[in-house]
Design a protein around this ligand. Sequence first.
Ligand code: SAH
Length: 215
Amino acid sequence: MSEPDARVIQLVMSLRGQGVSDRHVLAAIERTPRELFVPERFIDHAYENRPLPIDCGQTISQPLIVGLMTQLLKLDDRCKVLEIGTGSGYQAAILARLARRVYTIERYRTLAKEAEERFEMLRLTNITQRIGDGTKGWPEQAPFDRIIVTAGAPVRPDTLLEQLKPGGIAVIPVDNDKGTQTLVRYTRAEDDALQEEALMDVRFVPLVKGETKAL
Ligand code: SAH
């Protein structure tokens, strides 16, 4: 395997300085070339710690947020994970390196297709994709050990939380009254009770309910 780019190492060090301490998460970020996930005109910015525009008016998340959200999920190689909002596929690729299987849903066909090509290029064979409305979750594959939503939910997405296993963890940005989202970690106890922790302010594109975009 080729040596990681010096820019990737610098990014990983900066994430570590900002609270991403899980070495497995840092290693997954180091092994995943973000430049493959950004539009060509932004390649020079691929290893900067900032979100970037992708097709269909969406964004690839800031690496720090990807690192922190992934760390909050406490993944291991037995986990079956559901992601809502495939987007570029970058977050899914990071999850795929740490979990057993990743199910990811995107409402734009264009984005899903582009992400699929990237997964093939990186030989990430443990990712299964679907085009559709992620607010419904993936009932045929439920329940999940972990759920991550990478778009801002207007309210607590109970349909998704119903698909979380006892002992499971979900990390979801939920709209707050400041016009941003609060990142919430939900933990389902073995007795099925749901614990809720509000963690930090984040800013995501909206989670849009209903009709799928064919384009
Ligand atoms: N995880 C992505 C972030 C993409 S931004 C990455 O690493 O690049 C959020 C994505 O959620 C967008 O692509 C948007 O189209 C998608 N999205 C929004 N509402 C959705 C819904 N109801 N179902 C599925 N995807 C949705």
